[in-house]
Each structure stands twice: as structure tokens, then as C-alpha cells.
Design a protein around this ligand. Structure first.
Ligand code: IPE
Ligand code: IPE
Ligand code: MG
Length: 250
């Protein structure tokens, strides 16, 4: 363990409060590659390293849920060759990592409109979920073909259908009933949202769930993101005062 890694981990332990749920907008693969004169897909491939780093860091820090934004609804509008490269990375990641993830006690779930994926990618999704089922150390949500608005629309549609069938009274729909119709129904909202590559936007990520999430933006491109960067985000989080709209008692 490198000294800066263990020093940061020690400070996190002293700081006490660790976010239960960390979400990450993994951004900057294309720029990482372009800056090196490489094709964009080289950046996506290199991004797998940062996924590995983040899983290790989350396990070490004691985070319960790690949610990674891997492919958005809007990313379907990218050139076919790039979509193919991204789906290839998913398949490679699954074959390379699923056993190691299971050994580390990581349970993986893939959330999003996965019926839009091709047969090979859907198979990869099934395999990683099956191999890692029951892992108790960390839950890893991979958000693939995911959009926050689409998720909200889907939830509204399913509640409307239940109401129409007479199984749900419209006046019984409240925030918690609504949240139970989202892909993330089993999870608490993220405490901390990290975005790499410096963009100051949400890009249709977990629109409902981030209502009171603490935001941390770093200029680091995703392929360069390390365990130390993850720990820095957690350390920053430990200094935040979360108010949830109320006043702090003196
Ligand atoms: C993140 O990197 C990966 C996905 C969005 C799928 P990008 O591909 O968005 O890289 P940049 O933002 O163009 O550098
Ligand atoms: C957000 O990154 C989506 C993912 C990280 C999967 P984008 O690169 O697609 O977002 P924009 O286009 O910069 O907003
Ligand atoms: Mg981007």
C-alpha cells in the first residue's frame, strides 16, 4: 500500500463519517485519449483501470454502495463505432473481473434500459449479475443505457398502470412510493456524487436521487482516477455540513 493511500485512508477513519452511497459520473475518457494522440476507444479501455481503483477504494473506505454511470440514454446518439467500442469494454470488463468481484464480496447490478443492449452485452449483464449475486461487502451498480428522465417517466408509467388497474390509490403516491418505482428502489440516495474531467453538470444522472447529494468535481480525466482521488473526495465530503433544508442546532 503506497504511503499517500494509507495516509488518506487513516484520515478517513479519523474523520468518522463515511458516505454510505457514492455515485460517479465517469467522464473524460475521450479527452484522455485525444491528449495522447490515441483514438477515443483507447480511453474507454483505460477507464477500466479506474473502475478497478474505485471498487478497491470503496471497499477499503467502507462505502456500502458504489454507483457508476457507464453509458447514458444520450450516449446512444454517438457514432456506431464508438458505441460498439463501449459495449466491447463492458464485455471485456465482465469476463476479466466478475470472478475477482465475487471473491471480494462485491454484488453487481446493472441498472438502466438494458433491453436496448445487443445480445452479447445482455449476456454479459446476466453473467456479471449471476456470478456476483449475494456479495455482502459492496454493492456495485453499473448504470448502463440509463437516463434520469427516462427512469422517472418509467416510474410514472408503472404507477399509472397500477392505478388504472385499481391496485393503487393515486392519493397514496408519495415520495417514498415514487422512489420505490425507480431502478434504484433498493438503495438510499447517494451521499456523494463525484464527476471527473471538470464538467459542471449532471448530464441526466439520477435526477430524482441527487436532491440532497454532496457534489465533488475533479479535473482528473476518468482513466487517471486513482484510489487516492477517491479518498480525496471522501475526505472533502467529511468536511461538508449537510443541512437538508433545516437549520443547524448550535
Ligand atoms: C466517459 O468519457 C465515457 C462515457 C460517457 C461513455 P467520454 O467518452 O464522455 O469522454 P469525453 O468527455 O469525450 O472526454
Ligand atoms: C455523462 O457523460 C455520461 C456518462 C458518464 C456515462 P457525457 O460525456 O455523455 O456527458 P456530456 O455530454 O458531457 O454532458
Ligand atoms: Mg464526456
Amino acid at each position: 500500500m503506497s504511503t499517500d493511500r494509507s495516509a488518506r485512508l487513516g484520515r478517513i477513519r479519523l474523520g468518522g463519517r463515511v458516505p454510505r452511497h457514492v455515485a460517479v459520473i465517469m467522464d473524460g475518457n475521450g479527452r484522455w485519449a485525444t491528449a495522447r494522440g490515441l483514438p477515443r476507444h483507447a480511453g474507454h479501455r483505460e477507464g477500466m483501470k479506474a473502475v478497478r481503483e474505485s471498487v478497491k477504494a470503496a471497499l477499503a473506505a467502507g462505502v456500502e454502495i458504489l454507483t457508476l454511470y457507464a453509458f447514458s440514454t444520450e450516449n446512444w446518439k454517438r457514432p456506431k463505432t464508438e458505441i460498439k467500442a463501449l459495449m466491447g469494454v463492458l464485455q471485456i470488463y465482465v469476463e476479466k473481473e466478475r470472478r475477482a468481484l465475487a471473491q471480494q464480496g462485491v454484488e453487481v447490478r446493472v441498472l438502466g434500459e438494458t433491453d436496448r443492449l445487443n445480445a452479447l452485452s445482455r449476456r454479459a449483464v446476466r453473467r456479471i449479475e449471476e456470478t456476483t449475486r449475494g456479495g455482502r461487502e459492496l454493492r456495485l451498480n453499473l448504470m448502463i443505457s440509463y437516463g434520469g428522465r427516462e427512469e422517472i417517466v418509467r416510474a410514472a408509467r408503472s404507477l399509472a398502470a397500477e392505478a388504472q388497474e385499481g391496485r393503487l390509490a393515486p392519493e397514496s403516491i408519495d415520495a417514498s412510493r415514487f422512489a420505490a418505482a425507480l431502478f434504484t428502489r433498493d438503495d438510499p440516495d447517494p451521499d456523494l456524487l463525484i464527476r471527473t474531467s471538470g464538467e459542471l453538470r449532471i448530464s441526466n444522472f439520477m435526477l430524482w436521487q441527487v436532491a440532497y447529494t454532496e457534489l465533488y468535481i475533479t479535473p482528473v480525466y476518468w482513466p487517471d482516477f486513482t484510489q487516492a482521488d477517491f479518498f480525496d473526495a471522501v475526505l472533502d465530503y467529511q468536511h461538508r455540513e449537510r443541512r437538508f433544508g433545516t437549520v443547524t442546532t448550535a
